[in-house]
Design a protein around this ligand. Structure first.
Ligand code: SF4
Length: 344
């Protein structure tokens, strides 16, 4: 028997937090992952940042808006050819949104926004691969002895200039890794090492707490690999319209990143329990967000999960989604009746 559980932080752990039922069908039965439907914008954004950073590192050039637009048009076609689609927006909308969020739109649309320019100039690594093997107690992980945890840090940078951030994650409970966002000026100095993670969502994302724990865990894995604990982590919510709210600083220290790692291992234990439950009987795995598990059936679908449900290949027999749509009979029939014939 293979003794290792392989877990990707985004593809498994965050997907399992979003909906264990959808995750189990994707992972173990081969249903098309939600990321395939939803990922276009995120992939374009990551590609944009990587391409801009590489261009700067190779030629010392900060690409302008129209050069990036050409590159994104090209990459959009590559993604389409690979079967990645935009589920909820047109190509023009997606590309414009990304470009507007990276470049100044009013005074001089050819120039990058200040934080974007700073990180492009300071990028040490893009798409930095993390891999970590941890021993675990087999009794808690249904016989498995090790976890292979993988993740990708979007950007590791050493600031070329000072930078002022306006929003700080303030830890209220370091044991439970809970906290809140505060408006506060944080001065980062030239030479500070930071890790950044890009999120193609708005700053008020309901998954914010999971993203904070994710970057804190990445900081632990980065320290494990390099011996360096980053000065701070930064979440970049690229679809946030208000530039002041787009960046969130997550402060870390040695003790806190250890806690984050422990929390992550606890999540892998839950994920393993879902796998075992699914193997015994797939119908036993309930749908809905893990963050809402204390609520009754029909109330565990969050605003963000709602979008995933409309594209989910397992919505037709999902008790959670059906209960959620109970008050809208038309939608219930339209979205969950596999035999429905649309004559419009
Ligand atoms: S329909 Fe929604 S709640 Fe049900 S399995 Fe799919 S994503 Fe999860």
């Amino acid at each position: 028997m293979n003794e290792v559980i392989e877990v990707s932080y985004t593809g498994d752990l965050l997907a399992h937090r979003r909906c264990p039922r959808a995750w189990a069908y994707e992972k173990h039965v081969g249903f098309v992952p939600y990321e395939q439907v939803q990922a276009m914008e995120g992939r374009l954004l990551h590609h944009a940042m990587e391409w801009l950073a590489r261009r700067y590192a190779e030629d010392g050039v900060l690409a302008n808006r129209s050069e990036l637009a050409d590159q994104l048009e090209h990459y959009y076609r590559v993604l389409r050819a690979r079967g990645i689609v935009t589920a909820f927006s047109t190509r023009e909308e997606v590309l414009k949104r990304i470009l507007d969020n990276l470049y100044k739109t009013k005074s001089d649309s050819s120039k990058m926004q200040r934080p974007v320019e700073t990180v492009i100039r300071g990028a040490k690594h893009t798409e930095y691969q993390l891999k970590s093997v941890r021993e675990v107690i087999p009794e808690s992980f249904a016989g498995k002895k090790k976890i292979l945890l993988t993740g990708i840090i979007d950007l590791v940078l050493q600031l070329p200039d000072s930078l002022t951030y306006q929003r700080l994650w303030s830890w209220d409970d370091r044991e439970e890794l809970l906290g809140h966002v505060e408006s506060q000026e944080i001065q980062a100095k030239s030479g500070d090492e930071e890790i950044w993670d890009f999120k193609a969502t708005k700053a008020a994302s309901e998954s914010q707490i999971d993203y904070v724990r994710q970057v804190a865990t990445y900081a632990a894995l980065y320290r494990e690999r390099t011996g360096i604990l980053p000065e701070r982590c930064v979440l970049f919510f690229v679809n946030e319209r208000d530039p002041e709210d787009r960046l969130l600083v997550v402060p870390v220290d040695d003790e806190l990143v250890e806690k984050a790692l422990e929390w992550t291992v606890g999540q892998v234990e839950q994920l393993r329990a879902t796998t075992i439950q699914f193997a015994k009987g797939p119908v036993a795995v309930a749908g809905g967000s893990l963050l809402e598990r204390d609520k009754p059936v029909g109330e565990r679908i969050t605003e963000e999960l709602k979008k995933q449900c409309t594209a989910c290949g397992k919505r037709f027999d999902c008790d959670e989604y059906k209960a959620f749509l109970k008050g809208s009979p038309g939608r219930l029939d339209r979205e969950t009746n596999p035999l429905r014939v649309d004559r419009s």
